[in-house]
Design a binder for this molecule. Structure first.
Ligand code: ZN
Length: 192
C-alpha cells in the first residue's frame, strides 16, 4: 500500500532527516580497510527503510558516496522542515581500548536531549557495548544550524578491534538501525 497513506497518531506524518556522516573525499575515521563513511551509510540506509515502514516521511542528506558540506546537511533538514535530525557516525580514538556507544545533542536543547537519551538507551540495549552516555556539544555545525531537535549518534569505535569487526557485520548494523528507530518512535510517542 501507499506509504503516504500511513499516518501516525495525531494525523500528521512526522518528517525525519537522516544524515550519514562524511562521504566522497571525506572518509571520516579510517581503520584498516574500513572507512567510517561506508559504515555510516550502511546503517543510515537500514534506518531509512525501518522508518519508512513505520510510516515516517524520511529524507537523507546523501544516499551515495558523495561530498556534502556540513551547512548543506543542515540546510537540507531545514528546507524539508524535518521534525528531527539524526546524524549517523562512528567513533575513533588514538587508543584502541576506547569503546562503546554515545549520542551527542546540542547544548541547551531540551527536546534534543530527550531524543538523545531515548536513542542512546535503545542503542545500548541492542548493541550491548559500553554506555558512554549522552554529551552536549555547541560546536558541531549539524547540531547548531539545524532548527529542529538534532542528535549525532556514535554507534561504536572503528579504532577498537572488537567493535570494528562488529561494525562490518550486516546484522550488527541492523541492530544499530533498530535501536535508533525505536528511540525515535519512543520520542514521538512519549515526548511530543
Ligand atoms: Zn564521523
Amino acid at each position: 500500500s501507499c506509504p503516504g497513506c500511513f499516518y501516525i497518531e495525531g494525523g500528521i506524518m512526522k518528517k525525519i532527516c537522516i544524515d550519514p556522516g562524511h562521504g566522497g573525499r571525506d572518509p571520516g575515521a579510517v581503520s584498516g580497510n574500513v572507512k567510517e563513511k561506508d559504515i555510516n551509510l550502511a546503517i543510515a540506509q537500514k534506518l531509512q527503510l525501518l522508518l519508512y515502514n513505520k510510516g515516517y516521511n524520511v529524507i537523507m542528506t546523501r544516499e551515495k558516496d558523495i561530498d556534502i558540506g556540513l551547512y548543506q546537511r543542515a540546510n537540507i533538514a531545514n528546507n524539508f522542515k524535518a521534525d528531527i535530525f539524526v546524524s549517523i557516525h562512528n567513533n575513533a580514538f588514538n587508543n584502541e581500548l576506547a569503546q562503546g556507544t554515545e549520542t551527542l545533542c546540542f547544548s541547551g536543547s531540551l527536546q534534543g536531549e530527550k531524543l538523545a537519551n531515548l536513542v542512546q538507551t535503545e542503542l545500548v540495549k541492542r548493541l550491548k557495548r559500553p554506555d558512554r552516555g549522552i554529551k552536549s556539544r555547541s560546536d558541531l555545525v549539524v547540531l547548531r544550524y539545524t532548527t529542529m531537535p538534532a542528535i549525532l549518534v556514535e554507534c561504536a569505535f572503528l579504532t577498537n578491534p572488537v567493535e570494528r569487526k562488529l561494525l562490518k557485520i550486516n546484522s550488527f548494523q541492523l541492530l544499530a538501525a533498530e535501536g535508533i528507530a525505536e528511540g525515535i518512535d519512543r520520542y514521538f510517542r512519549e515526548v511530543e
